[in-house]
Design a protein around this ligand. Structure first.
Ligand code: ADP
Ligand code: MG
Length: 276
């Protein structure tokens, strides 16, 4: 069986919300031009787990996330080395199709980015078209409801699905973006500071959504908010780029261990708010 067959086979057999797929980074390094920004990062992000990536600005957290779903390579001058394995399969293997990979590994960004000129419902189903997934009108309606339910937004928007996605509040837009990423039934959801543009109430709502998704979708979240990392994640990795050196992981482990009993004094300083 080829890699594509294996991947498509496992996708076909993962009923909505039943996936248990981990993602592993092995010796991942990254460059922009000649500037090395990540040095041999190793991290296992287990299935059914929320992994939080923490660390000061500029230490390579966003770059690492983009490497996990092959967005890094679309930046001019960007290079990488190492491997990323989804359920054990190298996502950078030459036989793997990028669109297929992006379908399995979704991304939610800091700034909510619903597609302009699209209704709430159209936003949810937009990814189906982009990934070439065919769905009837009835199937689409079902996907819209299911994904908005899972994104924690259905009750607030069910009577106005035809209204523009951009008319929603910031927090609702972010949950719409989560719903949109769920429509293609990803195994992994990457979230890059998804709450940093949101007020505390919306932040709590998104955190509840993350908790509800966690049993079905492997979640990797970058956050600058230590309380948020403690609330939402079970696993945590502390990234740091010391003066003039590429970023790397200082320490990773259970969130409880990293916060309550860090092995490295730099982790201890960071989680207690002494820098960053
Ligand atoms: P973080 O998300 O932890 O703040 P980033 O991954 O955004 O860190 O950045 C890591 C390093 O890579 C920084 O030094 C940053 O300036 C550099 N960098 C990020 N994106 C680009 C880019 N598109 N071109 C050049 N350098 C970049
Ligand atoms: Mg970042």
């Amino acid at each position: 069986m080829s890699t594509i067959d294996l991947l498509e086979d496992s996708l076909a057999h993962s009923a909505p919300g039943s996936s248990a797929v981990g993602i592993d980074a092995v010796d991942v390094s990254a460059w922009f031009g000649s500037n090395k920004v990540l040095e041999r990062v190793n991290l296992s992000m287990p299935p059914r787990t929320v992994t939080a990536l923490i660390g000061p600005s500029g230490c390579g957290k966003s770059t690492f996330l983009r490497i996990l779903n092959r967005m890094h390579e679309s930046i001019p001058s960007a290079k990488m080395a190492g491997e990323v394995r989804l359920n054990g399969e190298d996502i950078y293997a030459p036989t793997v199709r990028i669109t297929h990979m992006r379908k399995r590994i979704g991304m939610v960004f800091q700034k909510p980015n619903p597609f302009p000129a699209m209704s709430i419902a159209e936003n949810v189903t937009a990814g189906l078209k982009l990934t070439g997934t065919k769905a009837s009108r009835a199937e689409k309606a079902e996907i819209v409801e299911r994904c908005l339910q899972r994104g924690g937004l259905w009750n607030e928007v069910k009577d106005r699905l035809d209204q523009p996605g951009q008319a929603l509040s910031g927090g609702q837009q972010q949950r719409l973006c989560i719903a949109r990423s769920l429509a293609v039934n990803p195994d992994v959801l990457l979230m890059d500071e998804p709450c940093s543009a949101l007020d505390p109430t919306s932040t709590r709502r998104v955190e509840e959504t993350i908790a509800e998704l966690a049993p079905d979708v492997t979640i990797v979240i970058v956050t600058h908010n230590m309380q948020q990392a403690a609330r939402v994640s079970q696993q945590c990795a502390f990234f740091l780029a010391e003066q003039g050196t590429p970023g790397g992981i200082v320490e990773s482990g259970t969130t409880k261990q990293v916060f309550d009993n860090p092995h490295d004094p730099r982790t201890s300083d960071y989680v207690s708010g002494r820098f960053g």
